[in-house]
Design a protein around this ligand. Structure first.
Ligand SMILES: Nc1ncnc2c1ncn2[C@@H]1O[C@H](COP(=O)(O)OP(=O)(O)O)[C@@H](O)[C@H]1O
Ligand SMILES: CC(=O)OP(=O)(O)O
Ligand SMILES: [Mg+2]
Length: 390
């Protein structure tokens, strides 16, 4: 009877899960699923390793969808894979705070500590921790493991980690943490397999999804990243503003009569591509639109992405390798092309045919920078961490 690990990945725009057989050194996917909350009746869809449909249900009430999901998923797993033993549930936890450089078995104390970080990731932390509480209530005997987005950046040091405010705040944890670490870790590992000669080189990974951030890597380790204390900083995102003059926040409170809660809602839910376009947070919708505000939102997205690639390149002292990943990075050739174009002065050349086909390597001949498209896989990264821990 082989052992399995269930992985839950609650992102800002989706909840994904995967069941992995962890008998061998590399976890093997048994089934994967997605809770799509965008429709009136959220749907749970479960597919096999090669994408074949296994199971679908859509009769949950929206508010309680997340709660039902885990009971439904466990029931499905029992039914389908009941001959195997579920050893642990691994969770993507977005904020791990200052203490965690790797995965942790969750205890009540740790869960409470992570809940206290909710103000630093209000869009994500409650969504990641709800299933933890839920499973602890219905299956208290199950081992639950937290895998943190922040852990990969644990080695960040000043000046990259520091904000230019009085240093007593750094001692209280007000510093750059960085996120999307499971994605960066997976992609860095793939780069080492695909092009081992580049693994130690000056590399930037652009994780462009609903949330988006850049990571500067040297010797495969994070030395700088665009997200900060919270997942608000850096790039323009689906509904988040990215880097902004902090004076804007003071102005909104002082002169627009907005409360702290109003400002928080504005920056996390109403800004970014959605706020600038006035149309949608979804890059697909914006790319298909001919409205001027939609085009401007897309333009701002690539403008700021290119600016911040140059910023990360300054940390690295140059650039050898640029990798696109995440929903937009993997699927939107227009965005990769436009960012590449803006970085032409740095010697980036993208081959149009390779980019259109989303080949693994998309730089043109004569490019000073190797450019890749590497699909991310946060779920298998979590499964690997869990397998190593149990
Ligand atoms: N074919 C596509 N073309 C352009 N954008 C896409 C495409 N497919 C997905 N996306 C974008 O990817 C985003 C979701 O990215 P993803 O990394 O899956 O999200 P999350 O951050 O929730 O994990 C969507 O909001 C959409 O804008
Ligand atoms: C940290 C973060 O922004 O995650 P996501 O891309 O899933 O929203
Ligand atoms: Mg994501």
């Amino acid at each position: 009877m082989s052992d399995t690990v269930l992985v839950l990945n609650a992102g800002s725009s989706s909840i994904k899960f995967g069941l992995f057989d962890v008998a061998a050194a590399e976890p093997a996917l048994l089934c994967k699923g997605l809770l799509d909350e965008h429709e009136a009746k959220p749907r749970l869809v479960v597919k096999g390793p090669t994408g074949e449909d296994l199971f679908e249900t859509s009769n949950q009430a929206p508010a309680a969808a997340g709660d039902h999901l885990f009971a439904d998923v466990l029931a499905f797993i029992e039914d389908r894979f009941g001959g195997r033993s579920l050893r642990a549930v691994g969770h993507r936890i977005v904020h791990g705070g200052p203490d965690y450089s790797g995965p942790e078995v969750l205890t009540d104390d740790i869960i409470a500590k992570l809940e206290a970080l909710t103000p630093l990731a209000p869009l994500h932390q409650p969504r990641c921790l709800a299933p933890v509480r839920n499973l602890a209530a219905i299956r208290p005997e199950l081992t639950q493991i937290a895998c943190f987005d922040t852990a990969f950046h644990h080695g960040l040091a000043p000046p990259a980690s520091r904000f230019a405010i009085p240093r007593r705040f750094a001692a209280r944890g007000v510093r750059r943490y960085g996120f999307h670490g499971l994605s960066f870790e997976y992609v860095a590992g793939r780069l080492a397999e695909i092009a081992p000669e580049l693994a130690a080189k000056r590399t930037i990974i652009a994780h462009l999804g609903n949330g988006a951030s850049l990571c500067a890597l040297r010797d495969g380790r994070s030395i700088d990243t665009t997200m900060g204390l919270t997942p608000l900083d850096g790039l323009v995102m689906g509904t988040r503003c990215g880097a902004i003059d902090p004076g804007v926040l003071l102005y909104l409170q002082q002169h627009e009569n907005m409360s702290i809660e109003d400002v928080q809602h504005l920056l996390y839910h109403e800004s970014g591509l959605f706020g600038v376009s006035g149309l949608s947070a979804d890059m697909r919708t914006l790319l298909a639109s001919c409205e001027a505000a939609a085009r401007e939102a897309v333009d701002l997205f690539t403008f700021r992405a290119a600016q911040q690639v140059a910023m990360m390149a300054a940390t690295l002292g140059g650039l050898d390798c640029l990798i696109f990943t995440g929903g937009i990075g993997e699927h939107a050739k227009e965005i990769r092309g436009a960012i590449g174009e803006r970085l032409g002065w740095m010697g980036v050349r993208i081959d149009a045919a390779a980019n259109d086909a989303a080949r693994e390597r998309i730089n043109g001949s004569g490019s000073m920078v190797e450019v890749f498209v590497i699909p991310t896989n946060e779920e298998i990264m979590i499964a690997r961490h869990c397998a190593a821990l149990i």
